[in-house]
Every structure is written in C-alpha cells, then in structure tokens.
Design a protein around this ligand. Structure first.
Ligand code: GDP
Ligand code: ZN
Length: 383
C-alpha cells in the first residue's frame, strides 16, 4: 500500500502505468478480443497483438466492444500474450451487419467478366453499400478478360452513375497499386458477389490472410467463408481490411425515401436544385428536380416500387421511419448513418463461451495460448 510520502523519504520507484498502450480490436469471440497494438516508432512491442478481456468496469456499464473499436489496453502480459481492455474510444461510425466500428469506406468488388458484369446486380450492391453511409469505392477486377473498348464503356457508364471505378486484374501485377494506396491508413470493409476475386484480392493485399485461410481449411475442413465473424486484416502499408461474408447478399430493407439518397445521380441533382414537393420520390412528379433522363432511372423506380410493397407488407413499420439517420456535414452535404438497434449485453454460458473461444483460438492464431488461464473471472481476481 502507498502511504503518504514523508518529506525526507527517498522517492519510491514505482513502475509507471503504461497509459500509451492503444490498439484496434481485430476480432471478437464471446468475451474475448484480439487487439492489434499501435506500433509507435522506435519502440517495438514484445508482441503485435494481445488477446484481451474487458475490464469489469466496462462490463458493469454495459460497454460493448466491437471489431474496429479503438481501445486502451491495460496490464499487458507479454509472455502470455494477454491483456485487458480498459477503455473504448468514441466510435466514428457503426455498422450493424456486420457489427463493426470505425469503418471508413466500403470497397465493392465486381468482375468485368466471369461472372458477367450485370448492371442490376451491381446497382443493388451499390445501393446497399451507400445505405451504410460509408464512402463507397468501386473496384472492377478481371480487366484482363475484356477489351479496351469494354473497359472504356463501363468506365464512362459508371462515371455517369457517380462512381470512378478502379479497374484491376489480379493476373496483371501492379494493376492494383492505386487500390492499395486508397486502402492505406483506412479501415475498409470489402464486399461483392462470389466469384469476382475477393479472396484472391485479399490474399494479394494481406500475405498473412492466405496462411490463415489455408491453415483453417486444413484443420477444420472448412474455409474462411463459413465463419460468421468479422475479422480485420492488417495491411502491410498500414490500414485494416474487413472481410465480411455476411454482407454478400444485399437484402434491401430501405424505405422509398431512403433509396433516393443511395443514388449519387439523385444526390447530385438535388444538390443543385430542389423538388417542388418535399416528399417527392422522383418518379416524374410535377416540379421534380431529378427528372427521368438518367441511366438508372428505370432501376431506381423498380426499387422504389419494391420498397413500397415491402413497407405495405410490414404495417408495424411506420411510414417515413427511416433505417438511417441523416447528418449534415460542415459543407452542407448530407451523410447517412444507419440507425442502430441497441443490443443488450447478454451473458454467454461458460460452456458456450469456452467452446467459442476454442474455435476462435483455432481460427485466428497459431501461437499456443493456455486456454485454462483465460477465464474471465480468474483473470479479474488476479488483480
Ligand atoms: P471470390 O469468390 O470473390 O472470393 O473469388 P475468388 O478469389 O475465389 O476468385 C474466383 C476465380 O476468379 C478464381 O478462379 C480466381 O483465380 C479467378 N480470378 C481472380 N482474379 C482474376 C483476374 O484478375 N483475372 C482472371 N482471369 N481471373 C481471376
Ligand atoms: Zn423529385
């Protein structure tokens, strides 16, 4: 115990508490969190990541910890590669499905061929991506399979939609350098239909991902895509990439009014002019500022009709109730953020928790960690 220091006492050497240990949660399972630690220059840490529990105080206040959270880690046990999360930074953004904090952008990957680039499917993914309120980055892979002319036509068309796609081929070394620089120092969520080259891309961008995927498939006879959990991969140049298998089927549950905000063409026109009616759905209403002379107009109206049908089939959902909240930025631009449903902290049974942890341990790290010492409460009691 520390008593008050008498004036004459020599100063007692106390270990300085390390208040500088911060990192990002890269994976969550039950009540355990992998935290990838910040790497301050010139000060290498004994390990790059720690398997952490939450401090009791965070549990009591119901503070949830999500993948992507910036957290402060206390009491590092470098040898056992463990620690405890002591504080969580306020979140910049929150995604509901997959549950993830602080994502900066959504990377939508499609192929130019094999499978064919279908404008309707692409639009549905784009709208879903826009509905998160994150910046959307569009990447078209397999450019080696199409002619220059096809590339130009798509580029031109997508620019009209409001996107500037990055055309790459994983068969052409170096063609994804621009993409790499767009991912640097940012948290990016990757999405897109299957077969377009997402896994191949992740393996190119994150060398360790391949090892991990093959290790998992080897041991458990199943690959990364069977896991329901989001996991962040550290990019060698800085930045984090989230692979989200759960995001691959865009189930659009937007209201008709939300839909308009997910089309850059509509946003662009409304930034210049406003419609006569406040609740205009931009389907050729009188005094509509958007008009009908744009490529995706038919697709847009089809989606509005679908959204109306969905709304009418769900009477409990009040009309006009939005799945998103809108924030006005400094320059007057409107950002969308998904409205979140608060989920209460649920206590997981010990047995399930342990089982989950064993799976987790299996799938995320090959380093031997003694699971017997990872019990939440015993860790707390040792303090
Ligand atoms: P995912 O389902 O989106 O993860 O797609 P995969 O990464 O499994 O890739 C699907 C197939 O496309 C594989 O056979 C890859 O080898 C192939 N592929 C990936 N990128 C390219 C590319 O740039 N050009 C060509 N021709 N094939 C590619
Ligand atoms: Zn209108």
């Amino acid at each position: 115990m520390n008593g008050p220091l008498a004036m004459d006492d020599p100063p007692c050497p106390q270990p300085e508490p390390d208040l500088t240990l911060w990192g990002v949660v890269t994976a969550v399972q039950a009540n355990y969190y992998w935290v990838s630690l910040d790497r301050p220059e010139g000060e290498p840490r004994p390990c790059a990541a720690l398997l952490c529990i939450r401090r009791a105080r965070l549990k009591k206040t119901g503070q949830r910890v999500m993948v992507g959270d910036r957290v402060q880690v206390a009491d590092p046990d470098w040898e056992g590669q463990r620690g405890a999360i002591a504080a969580v930074d306020p979140r910049q953004t929150v995604l509901d499905r997959p549950p993830m904090a602080n994502a900066d952008q959504m990377l939508l990957v499609f192929a130019m061929a094999e499978p064919d680039l279908d404008p309707h499917q692409l639009s549905r993914f784009l709208v879903k991506a826009e509905s998160t309120g994150l910046e959307v980055l569009l990447c078209l892979n397999k450019q080696d399979l199409v002619t220059d002319q096809t590339r130009r036509i798509w580029q031109h068309r997508l620019r009209q939609w409001g996107y500037d796609p990055l055309l790459i081929s994983l068969r052409q070394e170096g063609s994804w350098a621009d993409l790499q620089s767009r991912l640097q120092h940012r948290i990016t969520v990757i999405s897109g239909p299957s077969g377009v080259g997402k896994s191949s891309l992740i393996n190119c961008l994150v060398p360790e991902a391949e090892l991990r995927t093959s290790a998992v498939s080897g041991k458990l006879g199943r690959g990364r895509h069977t896991t329901r959990h989001v996991e962040l991969f550290a990019l060698p140049q800085g930045g984090l990439l989230a692979d989200t298998p759960g995001f691959n089927q865009p189930d659009l549950t937007l209201t008709p009014a939300d839909l308009g905000r997910c089309f850059p063409e509509i946003r662009r026109r409304l930034a210049q002019d406003s419609c006569q009616f406040k609740d205009c759905l931009h389907r050729d209403e009188p005094g509509c500022a958007v008009g009908i002379d744009w490529d995706r107009y038919d697709l847009y109206t089809t989606m509005v009709t679908e959204a109306e049908a969905l709304q009418n089939s769900q009477p409990s959902r009040r009309s006009g109730q939005s799945a998103m909240k809108h924030k006005v930025g400094e320059g007057g631009e409107v950002h969308q953020e998904p409205l979140l449903q608060a989920k209460k902290y649920r206590r997981v049974s010990r047995r399930r928790q342990r089982q989950a942890l064993e799976d987790f341990h299996y799938t995320t790290l090959d380093t031997a960690i003694d699971l017997d010492h990872l019990d939440d409460d015993s860790h707390e009691q040792r303090r």
